[in-house]
Each structure stands twice: as C-alpha cells, then as structure tokens.
Design a protein around this ligand. Sequence first.
Ligand code: WAQ
Ligand code: MG
Length: 639
Amino acid sequence: MDHYSVKMRAARVGEHISGAEKIVPAASVPKTVAQLAERALSHEKGTPDFINIKIEDPGEILRLESLSVTTNVTATASEGRARAAELLKAAGIIRIDEIMARFAECHAMRGAMLLDADTLERLEPDSVRGVRATYMDDADSLQKGTASGKNHYAEAIVLATKVQNAPGIVGEICVSDDPNYVTGYVATRGIGYQRITVLKEKGDPNGGRIFLYRGPRADVAKTIAFLEHQSVIVDHVPVLDTPLPSRRFAGLESDLAAISSAGLSRHCHALSSPTGPHASFQSKDPAIKQPNNFLLVLSSNDYLDLAGDARVIEAGAEGMRRWGAGSGGSRLTTGTQPPHTELEDHLARFKGTEAAIIFGTGYMANVGTITALVKKGDAILSDELNHASIIDGCRLSGADVIVYRHADLEDLSRKLASCREHRRRLVVSDAVFSMDGDLLDLPRFLEICRRHDAFSMIDEAHATGVVGKTGRGLAEHFGCEHPDITLGTLSKALGAEGGFVCGSQTLIDYLRNKARSFIFSTAPSGGVMAAADAALTVLEQEPERVARLRRNTELFVAELAKRGIAVRTDSAIVPVPVGDERRALEASARLREKGFLIPAIRYPTVARGSARLRCALMSAHTESELIAAAKAVAEVLSF
Ligand code: WAQ
Ligand code: MG
C-alpha cells in the first residue's frame, strides 16, 4: 500500500482536546505519528488522558483541486451576513437568514447539519452527531505544517473542497463555534471558498457547519457515504499570506464595534479655548447639540486656576525663549537645565522633604518609582481603587501584588503580616482617590507600614494644592510625618505638566539611578519646568486659593444635598453616582446641552455598573455658577 490514513484523537474524561487526520505515503507514517502525538500532548486545552492514533488503509484516494480562496473583509457581523447572502444568492441559494438562524441548533454537534437547500429540512440520520467529513488531507500538509502545529486555514479549505465535491451538495456555510473567532466562510463549487472576516458578533457562541443538499431523498445516503468514507487528497491548497493583515484589522474593528454598542466608546472632544473654568466647545458631530457658546467646566484638574495665570504663563514663555522649546535629551545626558534642578529643590522645600525628582508625567512617576523599588521576590500591597498608573507599575515590577480592600487598613495590616518572607514590602495608596474623592487615613497607614517595616508610598496627584491648609498635602492635613515616598503631579493644581517624587536623599538618588521612565525619557522642557516653578510660588504666596477651593467644594456638596443628591468628598472631586453606563453618558450629554461640562466616568476606569458623573471643583468657580451646576445635575438625574 502506498498511502495510509492516520487519525489522532486526544481527550480527557468526557472532554475532547484535539483531533487531526492525515493521508500520507507509507514512508511518512512514523514521522506523522510523532507529529500528531506531539500535537496532542502540547495542546493549549491541556494534557490528554489518552490519545488514540489509528493507522488504516484509506481505500481508493480521490485527488481534488482546491477550491479557490477569496477573503472578504467585513467590519461587522451584519455586513458579513449581507456579504454571505449576496455570494450564495449568486449560486442559487436563498433564505440565508433562515439557514443561519439554524446555527443555534448546532450546539455540541461533532459534525455538520445537512439541510435541504430549498425546504431547509434536516436530512442527517443522526441529528445529535451530524455528518462528519473525514478521510481528507492537504497534499502539502507535511511540508506546510509546523512540527506539531495545526494549519487551521488549510484544514478548513480541505474540508470545504471535499464537501463541495460530494454528490448533491450545493453549498456550505461555516461559522466558528468559538465565541472569540468571528471569521467564517461560505463555499460552493462556483464561488469557491469565500472567507468572511466578520460573520458573527464577538461573544456569540453559536456556530458550526451547515451543508446544503439538493436532490432526491433517496440519494442522501450516497452523499453521506462520500463525506464519511471517501478518501480525498486536495492539491494546491493556497497558503494564507495576504489575508492575515486584514483579519487583524477586522478584529480591531469588531472590538471597537463591541465597545461602542456597550456604550463604552471613547473620543477626544477638543475644547477650543484655553484651560480654565470656562470653555468653548465645537463638535463636528451634529448629534452633539451645543446651544451655548461657552461651557462651565466642572471636570478640570486645574484646581487652583493656575494653568491660565498670567504669571505662570509668562514664566513658561520666558523659560521657553531662554532654554528652548524642548530639552533635547534625557535628564542624565543633555536634558537637565537650571529650571529642572531649581524646581526639584523648590518641590522638596515646599513638601519639607530632603529631595525631589521630576518625571515627564505622573503616570511615569508611578511606573518608574514602583518598578525601581521592588521586583520579583518582593511584595506590593495596593489599595483596590488605586489609580491605573499604580496598577501598571505593580504589574510591570514582577513583585507579588496583593490588593487590599479599599481604605480597609485592617485588611492591609493582615495581608502585610503574611508578607514577612518577602525581601521588601511596598505599600502604595492614592492620597485622594481619583474617582471617589476620599482621603487615605495617613497616620494609621504610616503606623502599619512602620510596624511591618514596609515602604510607605502615597500618590498625591489630587492632593497637592488641594488638601492641607496651604495645599501641602496629607501630611499637612493630618499634622503627621511624610511617608517614605510621596508622589505628586505638576499637571493638576500646579497647572503645568509632569510628575514628581519627594522623599529622602537616598530615595531620590536611588530613583535617579534606577527609575527607567526617568532615565529613558527625554526631559520635559525648561519652559514647562519654569511654569510649574512659578505656579508653586503663586501657591505659596496665595494660600487663599486653597481655602476658596475648599469653600467651593463645600458649597457645591451642600447645594446638591438640598436637591436630594447625597455625595461626599474630602477633596475637590465630587462623584455623583449614577450606576448604568448609558444613563451616565446620557446625563453628561444633557448637562453639556445645558452648558456644563461634567464627564461620565465608566468602566474600565471604575467598576462596571458604577458609572458616575465626576465633578471636579476649581477655586475660580463662582457661587452662582456652582448653584446653577448643582441645579442642572439634579435636573438631569431626575429623569
Ligand atoms: N465535518 C463536519 N463538520 C465539522 C467537522 C467535520 N470534519 N469538523 C468540525 N465540524 C463542525 C462542528 O460542528 C464544529 O463544532 C464546527 O464545525 C466548527 O469546527 O478561513 O474553527 O473546527 O479563517 O471549530 C472557519 C474559518 C473556521 C477559517 C471554522 O471550525 C478561516 C472552525 P471548527
Ligand atoms: Mg474551532
């Protein structure tokens, strides 16, 4: 015998893991058996309990020319279905929608459904198992296949080619039953194998194969016999090369469509005005109604109105004229200029720590600091509501990350007690939680960290300039010591750009040597540093800005309460809970129509179903503006 059929099936009790079949020359049987065994043993679904390998006489082998392959790039499932209908209609198959609805019946079938192409009656004798096409292979599979890998595309083309050559079969529709694989195909002898990149919605578990039959009932048995027993080798199965990129992008497009249909789509709405409490807003989107020519901004982090302060702007402009538009290098090469070191000294004085170091952004400060301090073998304890930049730093560090319940310092203490074996322990928390506005209990936090000899780190992004009588943050507010590591930003209350860390000289020296986001990044421009420095000076000279911000926050909370909306905050962030994502979006859109810019914050920034309107107050808001805003919030939420 010159050829053999080699079939492999691997399973774990009650669970199919992997299956494959080959038709190979006698000399290739040992190699094929080895490859199939390796494939079974290295399958991502896990290790099988048993592997069946069957080697048998394939009988007479029919050689078939592969169907031609065409890739149809579609963006959505409905576009894909329309394309499938068009293709099959040309081949005389109509009622496509009804046929595709039958995929719901395909669940758990090992084979395909055999339907009369016109009456749509089911014709398989075993409707639970369906009809399985077997004894088929790609003529080049030995050359094409990787050592143990599966050529998913070639296998589908081989199957479709055999099926379309079966007597009485006029077409096939295939949709993967993998909820994440949205590509499918339709095939007939006339149109060939027509791959459709998006043929179902992502997440849809329905799929399978439907073979379409046209002919006398008496001949169905012959068709099934051909599908199940006739050995077939398919020549010239095309290698999938060009279509891959389009599938890649079709995948992105379908992800975007899913995000959008869940109400989670994100856009950058450009404000056509300088940073400040008032903004003008022009949208190209006609759906966004904008009757007012200005909006009251209740969502800026420019808490103290310093981004627009004439002294700050002038210092920045002068700094840029003097030092250049960009720094031209990283801090450790040519990017350090006097404004950088002056600002670092100033920040350390302002916070009352030995030293400070500046990063390009607050995100980079968190990622750089955490990854510099801890690695594999260390432990990080992180509040569950910490900012994404902290979470990303934790993930990137390689340390064991132990998340404790939000603001639950008992939970922290317990979890810290179980980390004695770790080399280092780092406890990290937002100082002001960015989506809830609440404060960390710093004295207790420090006490627990000290007791367990853990580094204490807080992120004062929303606390600097806001919390404490003169805006110096949590240590000032509580009248306690500083944590080991205090992170802040220049980009919120200080009105400029950048992040920074304050702490001991040792800590700062260490970060300068180890923090990769500091080392491998171009330094911020001297102009931006000069602007931040000037803003810090204004903050020191005008602490009444901080007091005004606090009064504004209290007034706004009280005005909301008068209208039945109970909210609480320890900072300038006032979250108004809504819950449902779409309702929050709708409320935000209505507020915009009324002239208020208050964003809806949704998953993944906050947990699913806990969407909220996130108001952020500024020292520059007037009393009447805040009363009007509270009234508008109450109105849009009463629907
Ligand atoms: N004979 C009949 N039906 C079968 C067979 C077979 N040999 N193998 C699988 N099926 C049926 C069965 O109901 C499965 O649940 C269903 O098809 C899906 O099988 O060009 O992944 O092997 O990008 O998961 C098509 C697109 C991929 C490929 C289809 O099929 C491409 C796929 P799967
Ligand atoms: Mg599959």
